[in-house]
Design a protein around this ligand. Structure first.
Ligand code: KE4
Length: 440
């Protein structure tokens, strides 16, 4: 792999800079999703021209090894020939019908076969739609109003979920968004992640009023935070005891930490699961599903309404099926995790050499890191991590052509098309980056 040219995020004379200035004239903040604005890193993101395998190339022709992968969907990198071909083939027959198609049944069967907790599934267009709909269904199924989420977990931008949210909301430091009436937020209770006792206390206090617990089984929106041993199993027990539904928001972890989702790996069966990202292969697709006894409450069969013009559309389904089928091989996730572990071990070794406190973790094809002395287990400890060191590290990594999330409250991703040379190039850049972080 040739040494990557030095890459600067959009410096003032670059085409990225010019195009981003123009974007800011017509689009709020110049972006269609806040975290893309690089507010923590000077607010000058590279404007991307195209993607090739594990890399993206900006409008100035600068190459980056990409560990954001569109925030998770691209399990096999950019423009994988089989995914692109599947979309091209589908597009020739029309883009959308708003009517049943065989492919929707194919992907529904694949998802329900991969996730033992799922007997039926409904396709939607975004993770936000999936979690919003799953919570409405949980309220319909239980006749209860309250929901419980964890501080720092992000489940999309539905009003009642922008309470102590993670991801972009956390990045901006005001997790509770403007425009959300108090009345919408007061039905949402918030507890710390990885604290089963706090969850039990809230459930006991609001006994028989809680419709659902919603959680990211591996948190990826306060940075990468893994569940402590037994935590998810404890939530399963508590939900059953208190008659509320356990909802796994696997929009990010689904088909990222294991075939199916993290529920397969941790052997916990939620009542409802939300999926997204990987199941759309880079096109808009998400889903939610669970037991037939709950899903039958959904219109047109039941009284709980949810709809969508482009839900399950042929192109997203084609991209999703191609993306999923490429990961269906035996020990795909174990193999990818071993390769990714080599990258993360290399990063930890270089942090150690430069005496920089650094915590990193891997789960399947998902990973992340904090500049912290001790393991990060919740939003409080994530928010206490050393942001200035993270910034100094990131400025060098981006300059050396390594594209990581421009926020300390995000996870990182791996693809099946990242190779050893990409690891080597990343570790070379990391040596320089940790040296810079050590100066802070
Ligand atoms: P979307 O509505 O963005 O498709 O999905 C919302 C969502 C729901 N649940 C989880 C666990 C998620 O991670 C997300 C979205 N993730 C962010 C990245 N942290 C998407 C990137 C963005 O907001 O631009």
């Amino acid at each position: 792999m040739p040494r990557l040219p030095r890459s600067q995020a959009s410096s003032s004379g670059s085409r990225s800079h010019t195009l981003f200035k123009e974007a800011q004239r017509w689009i709020p903040g110049g972006v269609n999703s806040p975290v893309r604005g690089w507010s923590r890193l000077g607010g000058k993101p590279p404007v991307i021209q195209r993607g090739e395998g594990p890399c993206i190339i900006d409008v100035d022709g600068k190459h980056y090894i990409d560990y954001v992968l569109s925030w998770g969907p691209l399990l096999h990198g950019h423009a994988h020939p089989k995914v692109v071909r599947a979309v091209q083939d589908a597009a020739q027959h029309g883009l959308s019908f708003g009517a049943p198609t065989g492919a929707e049944t194919t992907i529904a069967k694949l998802l329900c076969t991969a996730l033992p907790s799922m007997e039926q599934v409904r396709m939607v267009n975004s993770g936000t739609e999936a979690t919003m709909s799953a919570l409405r269904l949980a309220r319909a199924a239980t006749g209860r109003d309250l929901i419980i989420k964890c501080e720092g977990c992000y489940h999309g931008h539905a009003d009642h979920l922008l309470v102590a949210a993670g991801s972009g909301a956390a990045t901006f430091g005001h997790p509770d968004s403007a425009g959300v009436p108090a009345a919408f937020a007061e039905k949402t209770l918030v507890v710390p992640y990885n604290d089963a006792a706090a969850m039990e206390a809230v459930l006991t206090r609001h006994h028989d009023q809680v419709a659902a617990i919603i959680i990211e089984p591996v948190a990826g929106n306060m940075g990468f935070v893994q569940p402590l041993d037994g935590y998810l199993q404890a939530l399963r027990k508590l939900a059953t005891t208190h008659g509320c539904l356990l909802i796994f928001d696997e929009v990010m972890t689904g088909f990222r930490t294991a075939w199916g989702g993290h529920q397969v790996r941790c052997r916990v069966r939620p009542d409802l699961t939300c999926l997204g990202k990987v199941i759309g292969g880079g096109l808009p697709a998400a889903a939610y599903g669970g037991k037939r006894s709950v899903m039958r409450l959904l219109a047109p069969q039941g009284p709980c309404y949810q709809a969508g013009t482009l839900s399950g559309n042929p192109l997203s389904v084609a991209a999703g099926l191609a993306n999923l089928r490429l990961a269906a091989g035996k020990d795909f996730y174990a193999r990818q995790e071993r390769r990714l572990q080599r990258l993360v071990d290399g990063l930890c070794l270089r942090a150690q050499r430069h005496n920089v406190p650094f915590q990193a973790g891997v789960m399947g094809t998902m990973w992340g890191f904090f500049f912290a002395e001790a393991q990060v287990r919740d939003f409080t400890s994530a928010a206490a991590a050393h942001v200035e060191r993270w910034k100094a590290f990131m400025e060098v990594m981006v300059a050396r052509g390594i594209y990581l999330a421009p926020s300390p409250f995000e996870a990182a991703f791996w693809s099946s098309v990242h190779k050893k040379e990409h690891i080597d190039t990343t570790l070379m850049a990391a040596d320089e980056a940790f040296a810079a972080a050590a100066q802070v």
